[in-house]
Design a protein around this ligand. Sequence first.
Ligand SMILES: Cc1ncc(C[n+]2csc(CCOP(=O)(O)OP(=O)(O)O)c2C)c(N)n1
Ligand SMILES: [Mg+2]
Length: 544
Amino acid sequence: MTEQTSVRVEGHGGQLALAALKPFGVTELFTLSGGHVFPLYDAARADGVKIIDVRHEQSAVFAAEAVAKLQRRPGLAVLTAGPGVTNGVSGITSAYFNGSPVIVLGGRAPLFRWGAGSLQEIDHVPLVAPVTKHAATVTATADVAAAVREATLVALRPHRGPVFLDFPLDVIYDKSAADVPTTSTVDSIEPDPDEVAKAAALLAAAQRPVIIAGSDVYAGDAIAALREAAEALQIPVFTNGMGRGSLPPGHPLAFTKARRAALKGADVVAVVGTPLDFRLNFGDFGEATVVHIVDAPSQRAKHVTPAVSPAGDLRVILSALADHRGVRADHQDWIDQLRQVEDAARAAEVAELEADTDPIKPSRIYGELRKILDPDAVTIGDGGDFVSYAGRYLEPAQPGTWLDPGPYGCLGTGMGYAIGARLTYPDRQICVLLGDGAAGFSLMDVETLVRHRLPVVMVVGNNGIWGLEKHPMQALYGYDVAADLQPGLRYDTVVEALGGAGETVSKPADLAPALRRAFDAGVPYLVNVLTDPADQYPRSSSLA
Ligand SMILES: Cc1ncc(C[n+]2csc(CCOP(=O)(O)OP(=O)(O)O)c2C)c(N)n1
Ligand SMILES: [Mg+2]
């Protein structure tokens, strides 16, 4: 008996679209209502696909992105024609920068009178084409399922990223039939074995090697292979993005604080699954030989020429490093040297984490959170300096638990990411770290969290300013403009008004009990911490 690999689906465009997504495990869609996309809602309602309706399309796309990042499967946002789509563009762009497989299905003014001036009529495709892997209009109902399936496979194929399709109103409301495949296999890219062997030989023979592993290691399900490679070759590992926590804290090769010393002293740096961008000094590590391991040829850096850059399935490449049988240098002295730096830096931070000052230092908030957060808690950073501190002081214990906005640096991810995280993990702690400025972008979507019974904890580092802008502007000009917010604003009562709860904290001793109440609350709960506006995150230059 041959296995059935497709099903016959008859129905309107919405039914055909969702049927195509079903094999990929899409169980929910994020949206804000619009008549242009009603058939997608109709299909979701009939098929048991959860509809999470938000208060701004940007949150819908960020929520879909969180699902995509955390669950390594497509996240779906449905945006109505015109302003619905344009409001989603920052979210789509973030997903593009992050390599997240987000599927955006848009409404579109009717095809039969295109150009006559229908409500919300605009051609979205050229607007989103530069920030998607694929963007197109589906012009016939019979093509809907095939177009959605092909777009989804494009989104999932490394290097992953968002795709966009829009459906003219007459096309999506009309009916047709299609054979819809039930398979979900995604082609993988085989790396060039010679390049892999060269990378392995360089790393194994190095005296002072370092690995930096990023989000694609998690996205490519290559965490175990990373650990095997590091252990086999005895190489210290640093991480960023979703790669944070790849090696558990306490692992002899896991490092966070000694990065500067490591990159300064290294003779070979292998960057795996993350671009050689501003976060990594644009791939310039002084004298060190650079190995850039990427999940697809498109991800090879164009602004620098690494010694070798294997491209393909990261599990295959990292397993090959683990299996390397050639010359291997001993790295124990190097590991010991970095461990000393790491331990000293950690000891130096204790005073910051325990700072008993009035007003509260942001570092103290993290000192308290470190004691309260479970190892599998998901933490989400949305803000400036306050989130830089989170990156420094919170150490995710498991990979895939840290959601930052990524290299596009878009403020406003907070509530969207929180929605996606809570849906993914109904029972874990979900903690959103918000600058007070950042909070303004998405706080209205606490209403969505309340309506859909998605409790999360929000902690606002409320310094009354756009800190990451105010301090540099002062340094540059000796004055600042457009950098002040209302001091002491009660973001907690905003959340109360929206149906959640919260409190304001101004003394260090009150932090721990407030945070405990927040995690026990069972409703969206905001701890509004009044922090010191004079405090600034120490960085060499914030305009790099
Ligand atoms: C959408 C968007 N607008 C503006 C910026 C520029 N920006 C980066 S950090 C920052 C300040 C953030 O302030 P806040 O959230 O209060 O955090 P703080 O630095 O005060 O801790 C701004 C305005 C941005 N990154 N994204
Ligand atoms: Mg602020």
